[in-house]
Design a protein around this ligand. Structure first.
Ligand code: NAD
Length: 317
């Protein structure tokens, strides 16, 4: 496909993630066609995006070189999949996280697009070999897993199907970089990809420490937000170790490696997140932040404001 044809992206599914992807792609100057199988939903998504773009422009947080009006002009909505796919070189699927729904959506898409069109899934928890098992030509399939909200959290995990062609990985990485995301490439598929595996390890040990009566819910969150997280927003665990010993990573492991291994051996089994003991933890959380809609919405808005400031800080540094 020539570069002049690589201007249009179709986003399939116009929920939270579909809308965010659309905003990311238009910020990079791509035309985006949004499709949803719920009639009128894709049009609603554009109304919502228009509001968000205006707010971002006012806050000087709009991404890309174009104004909000210019970006909005790149968007169109469709209730018909064939029309939505016409002219696209890249398809970003963002439908429900249900294997059979994704499999059937990709079967439908494959019937309607040329063989060069890249088929990309936003799945968080399904491996590419399952998501694309019903696609005939799997060499053009890839998972591009974003982190919510992708407009501020730029990481995108690119996970290949065992049959994904090298150039498909390369083109997807180039596209993501061009629109300002930060792609990381997994060399092969694995359950949970990288981000959710690391996250699961953190969740498991945090849960165990609370469940075993070592620390409260409030304080384990502070361990991350006021401790580890302060560094990890800017440098990862490998670089953190490298910088924390006079002669770098090897030196760090000489000093602390045996201690880390000892601690790792003391980790407990996979916690029970659902039983009677878990109820104590969920109740403790609800006492800190009540689980009603208003409190949760307020906290999410605060989180997004802080993420927006953090994104700005990272951009300026
Ligand atoms: P959502 O429920 O907000 O939106 C899903 C949208 O897909 C809805 O608008 C729905 O009408 C539409 N849809 C459902 N079936 C469809 C079909 N057959 N054809 C077209 N549209 C269809 O979900 P979401 O949170 O946006 O998640 C979408 C995907 O992104 C999921 O795979 C999810 O795992 C992944 N993801 C979500 C997050 C997150 O934090 N929400 C983060 C990373 C990845």
């Amino acid at each position: 496909m020539s570069a002049s044809n690589m201007k249009t992206i179709t986003v399939v599914g116009s929920g939270l993630i579909g809308r965010s992807w659309a905003m990311v792609f238009i910020s990079g100057g791509y035309s985006v066609k949004i499709y949803d199988n719920q009639s009128g939903q894709a049009a609603n998504a554009i109304t919502e995006i228009k509001k968000q773009l205006g707010e971002l422009e006012e806050a000087h947080m709009l991404r890309g070189e174009l104004t909000a009006t210019q970006q909005l002009a790149l968007l169109s909505s469709y209730d018909d999949l064939a029309q939505a796919l016409e002219g696209a070189f890249f398809v970003q699927e963002c439908v429900f996280e249900k294997l059979e729904v994704k499999q059937s959506v990709f079967q439908d898409i494959e019937r309607l697009v040329g063989k060069d069109v890249i088929l990309s899934s936003s799945t968080s928890c399904l491996v590419p070999s399952d998501v694309f098992s019903k696609v005939q030509n799997r060499s053009r399939c890839i998972v591009s897993h974003p982190v919510n909200p992708p407009y501020y959290v730029k990481l995108v995990e690119l996970v290949p199907h065992p049959e994904t062609a090298g150039p498909v990985m390369d083109s997807t990485r180039t596209l993501m970089t061009k629109v300002g995301q930060v792609p990381v490439c997994l060399k092969k598929e694995i359950d949970g990809f990288a981000l959710n595996r690391v996250q699961a390890a953190i969740i498991a040990e945090s849960w165990r420490l609370v469940q075993d009566g070592i620390i409260s819910v409030k304080d384990i969150d502070l361990v991350m937000s006021e401790g580890l997280g302060m560094r990890y927003a800017f440098i990862g665990p490998m670089e953190t170790m490298h910088l924390n010993a006079p002669e770098g990573l090897e030196d760090y492991m000489k000093r602390y490696g045996v201690g880390i291994q000892r601690v790792l051996k003391s980790f407990g089994p996979v916690p029970d997140f659902f039983g009677k003991e878990a109820k104590g933890i969920t109740n403790e959380m609800s006492e800190l932040i009540p689980s009603d809609q208003q409190h949760l919405t307020d906290r999410k808005e605060r989180r997004d404001r802080l993420l927006m400031n953090l994104a700005k800080l990272k951009k300026d540094n």
